[in-house]
Write a protein that binds this ligand. Structure first.
Ligand code: ADP
Ligand code: MG
Length: 481
């Protein structure tokens, strides 16, 4: 069976909910840390008691503005909040405070490798609580559900993209790029598995060449990059099969199931009027002055694409720069190294080579390793000065990652520094020549390649410590005698 890709094209737009890293909730004063004991972070505002009033957390606004600036959005000087009516057991108020027609960020774009993806808008809203579906037999049947309202009122920024993506790979790259930006500007920790970043995926298909979009399905419950790609590929085939059978795709919300690798219908898609949006009467429209925006702009940290450029200017290949930038902890570490004036290219070779391999194997981050910036810089300095060879530096870096021992002390203790005095190397050169008369004869007979053989023998004898330039010179002189 063909996979339909020569006949249909997919169209994808994403709605990403990013949980803002504030200390307190968006309209209430209690904390919103993950993993607290159920219903301990619940004020009267969160519980939706009658007569209580929401108070907007300014830090949420600061973070939304910072995000908007990073996503090339316009921050209008006025936005407002609206009520979106739902009935959910984990939403005691019976409505969610969100932003409807006047969001805090309008328009924008982010760059992925082959194109720009448009951002439609980004708006602030509150999260709902959590239902815990208990397995044990309950009063009314085989199971029951419990409500935990700790998460209710957690600040979210919903970032809506234009339907600009045409493949699961583009969708993946978009979410990765967005996640990186949010992490670098410090507004969201981007943890898909823990749900601090959630992507709802809208996908439709159309015959190749057709201009109009097809009817979309919205897929929820996608909580890893792998499942995002799988869900899109599954949904593409499901929709293509419907069209091939002469059917029509219906607009609905579908749930991704990671175990079976399929999506299933959850509910028909509501239209905006089903929510009965109206302006939130308990909150004033929000006025954002140019000065406020300028103040936030002045605090904008370096963005991932700017870091990429700077690293490439410092001598890294595009690939190496991206490996470092895509792991924020590594990049922040690398920046501290660069402040110590190490050679960027050499440092990155170690970081993306031996160090990355070690961290991956131990499943730890660079900060959890014992390799401090100062110690690593010292090691690189010993290498730069020619005190130790490249191979020795490589084995030492792994040792230091484990033990945290001081580079210089280790080199002295183990006697690993390069041997650069003639009186130590010459006798070894002479010994190797004496021990290998056949090879010497062959070399003199024109087999130049054997030079490498002698170098290898001498290096073996000195445990890789002979200064290569000096060794080459002495060996040549002796062989030419
Ligand atoms: P809603 O709020 O009802 O989910 P929106 O207009 O906000 O609807 O759109 C939600 C997302 O769906 C956006 O990311 C948008 O790009 C995407 N989208 C809209 N139409 C289509 C379509 N035909 N195919 C794929 N994605 C679409
Ligand atoms: Mg939406």
């Amino acid at each position: 069976m063909s996979n339909y890709k020569d006949k249909y094209e997919m169209v994808i737009g994403l709605e990403v909910h990013a949980q803002l890293k504030t200390n307190t909730k968006i309209f209430a004063r209690e904390g919103c840390e993950f993993g607290k004991s159920p219903n301990t972070e619940t004020s009267t505002v969160t519980l939706g008691m009658p007569g209580v009033l929401p108070v907007l957390n300014k830090e949420c606004v600061n973070m939304a503005i910072l995000t908007g600036l990073a996503l090339n959005s316009t921050i209008p000087n006025r936005c407002k909040f609206d009520r979106k009516q739902y009935f959910y057991p984990d939403l005691p108020k019976g409505y969610q405070i969100s932003q409807y027609d006047e969001p805090i960020c309008q328009g924008g774009w982010i760059q992925i490798s082959n194109k720009k993806i448009g951002i439609t808008r980004a708006h602030l809203e509150e999260d709902a609580g959590k239902l815990v579906h208990a397995g044990a037999a309950g009063l009314y049947g085989s199971s029951y559900s419990l409500v935990d309202l700790n998460r209710a009122g957690t600040p979210l920024l919903e970032i809506v993209s234009e339907p600009d993506m045409r493949s699961s790979e583009e969708a993946r790259e978009y979410v990765e790029t967005l996640r990186n930006i949010l992490r670098y500007i410090g507004v969201c920790d981007g943890n898909l598995e823990e749900g601090s970043m959630r992507a709802d995926c809208n996908i439709s298909i159309r015959p190749i060449g057709q201009k109009e979009f097809g009817t979309r399905a919205e897929i929820k419950n996608v909580n890893s990059f792998r499942s995002l790609v799988r869900a899109i590929e599954y949904e593409f085939i499901r929709q293509a099969e419907i069209l091939e059978d002469g059917g029509k795709v219906i607009q609905e919300t579908r749930l991704w199931d990671d175990t079976s690798g399929t999506t299933s219908s959850m509910r028909g898609k509501e239209d905006a009027h089903d929510y009965r949006y109206f302006p939130e009467p308990d909150l004033m429209p929000l006025e954002i002055s140019r000065e406020w925006i300028e103040e936030i702009k002045s605090k904008m940290p370096e963005l991932p694409n700017e870091k990429m450029e700077r690293y490439q200017k410092a001598g890294l290949s595009e690939y190496d720069a991206s490996v470092i930038v895509n792991q924020m902890e590594l990049a922040l570490y690398f920046d501290k190294l660069l402040e110590k004036n190490v050679d960027a290219k050499t440092a990155s070779n170690f970081l993306t080579g031996e160090i990355a391999a070690y961290l991956k194997e131990e499943k730890i981050s660079i900060e959890d390793s014992k390799l401090t910036v100062d110690n690593f810089a010292q090691l690189l300095d010993l290498l730069k000065k020619g005190t130790i060879s490249n191979n020795i530096a490589k084995s030492l870096v792994v040792e230091i990652l484990k033990t945290g021992e001081d580079a210089k002390t280790l080199v002295d203790k183990k006697g690993l520094s390069v041997i650069s005095d003639e009186s130590s190397i010459l006798p070894i050169v002479q010994k190797i020549i004496k021990d290998n008369p056949e090879q010497v004869a062959a070399y003199k007979g024109g087999k130049d390649k054997l030079f490498g053989f002698f170098v290898g023998q001498i290096m073996k004898e000195t445990k890789g410590r002979a200064n290569p330039q000096l060794l080459n010179k002495l060996l040549k002189d002796e062989l030419d005698k």
